[in-house]
Design a protein around this ligand. Structure first.
Ligand SMILES: *Cc1c(COP(=O)(O)O)cnc(C)c1O
Length: 411
């Protein structure tokens, strides 16, 4: 083995891509520039002040008063795991709803915590069926937790978090809810819906750099964790220990916070606050309507029934007779546009068009439709050139944006 690197290794300059896949989404220059600010100590009083602001901004994003609301140092998967390791003790029964890839990961988490997962299955592309969940509770009245994915990124389906949380409450169970793709793209009303443990991700509709997981816990979760008989098996994710750093008083060292990543989250959340949550939801709807008009004009049809569709994640069946991989390759390599492929049983069957956060804008939608048309046409598909962009633009014109609702360009 050589102790030197090969001579051709130099600075890394990634290409500038248009990101329209399942995340990460594009990042506003304001968020990038926040990341380049000076690194300071994780217990510096100035840093601690920023942490308090972060908690406040996250409470706004989650629409909650939960004291225990903070960003976990790790991607959305760590936020997911944090909920399970703290709330599931060996022997506990957990109902897990699986209607896509991420529900499957929740089952893994329950089992690795020594719990038993009672799986409520729904087909990929369908929302979680509340009646099946109710039945599962009836046959297993000793269930402690209900876990489900609000916005299934693998299919673009939204489940009814409010109704599912009501059912859990009826049976005296707590909820673990994945809002990685939903937060800031569609309403996530933690307090109004009575959700207990809710995690998200920095890199989807929040349009922040990847690697952080906003999370919020109700007081019911805090009581549950304090009453645990078994030690949480993960030292890093043990809420009781983390509270010493993210809690209200006597801050002590737990781990070195990813300071600069937290600056970028702070900036992304300031931008969300300035735009307004409702305006952000409306922006995702508006761009979705235009993208949908274009995709349907191309003859592509949605996997998910209209009423359950996520505006920020558009899953459509691939065009018959067209090499779906080649379409994605050309978009990426030739035009710097990333779109998502199908996962699991849907591999090769669907494309996923993400319009999340800063990626959710008119120029992306128009560019993507134009690129798709050209590629389809060149690959021999029978399409009406120019019709998709026209349909999208008509949809935009039919839903004009109100004044003061655009994202500011600079601080
Ligand atoms: C992206 C995603 C995750 C995982 O987040 P990472 O940051 O990739 O770990 C979890 N759940 C859903 C629904 C997601 O879309």
């Amino acid at each position: 083995m050589s102790t030197e690197t090969s001579s051709n290794v130099g600075s890394f300059y990634p290409p500038q891509r248009t990101l329209m896949g399942p995340g990460p989404s594009e990042i506003h220059p304001r968020v990038f520039s926040a990341m380049g600010r000076p690194t300071i100590g994780y217990l510096d009083p100035v840093f601690v002040e920023m942490m308090e602001e972060l908690k406040e901004l996250l409470r706004y994003a989650f629409q909650t008063k939960n004291a225990l609301t903070f960003p976990v140092s790790g991607p959305g998967s760590v936020g997911m795991e944090m909920c399970f390791v703290n709330m599931v003790s060996p022997g506990d029964k957990v109902i897990v709803c699986r209607n896509g890839v991420f529900g499957g990961r929740m089952i893994e988490n329950v089992e690795r915590c020594g719990g038993t997962a009672i799986v409520v299955d729904d087909p990929m592309g369908k929302p979680v069926d509340p009646e099946k969940v109710r039945e599962a509770f009836k046959t297993n009245p000793d269930v402690k937790v209900l876990a489900f994915v609000h916005a299934e990124t693998s299919t673009g389906v939204r489940s009814d978090a409010k109704t599912l949380a009501e059912i859990a409450k009826e049976f005296g169970a707590l909820t673990i809810v994945d809002t990685v793709t939903s937060l800031a793209g569609v309403p996530v009303l933690v307090d109004e819906w009575g959700l207990d443990a809710v995690y998200s991700g920095s890199q989807k509709c929040l349009s922040c750099t990847p690697g952080l997981s906003p999370i919020t816990f109700s007081d019911r979760v805090v009581e549950l964790v304090k009453a645990r008989k078994h030690k949480v098996q993960s030292w890093f994710m043990d809420l009781n220990l983390l509270l010493g750093y993210w809690g209200e008083t006597n801050r002590t060292y737990h781990h070195t916070a990813p300071t600069n990543a937290l600056y970028s989250l702070h900036e992304a959340l300031i931008m969300l606050r300035d735009e307004g949550l409702e305006a952000s939801w409306a922006r995702h709807q508006r761009n979705h309507k235009a993208l949908k008009a274009g995709l349907e004009t191309l003859g592509l049809s949605y996997l998910v029934e209209e009423q359950y569709r996520l505006p920020q994640m558009n899953a459509v069946y691939v065009m018959p007779g067209i090499d779906e991989k080649e379409v994605r390759r050309r978009l990426l390599v030739e035009m710097n546009i990333e779109i998502g492929a199908g996962l699991g049983a849907l591999a090769g069957k669907i494309w996923r068009f993400g319009i999340m956060g800063y990626s959710c804008k008119m120029e992306n939608v128009m560019l993507c439709l134009c690129a798709l048309e050209s590629v389809f046409d060149n690959m021999g598909a029978k399409i009406d050139l120019g019709a998709a962009e026209a349909a999208a633009y008509h949809a935009y014109a039919a839903h004009p944006i109100g004044p003061g609702k655009t994202i500011k360009a600079a601080a």
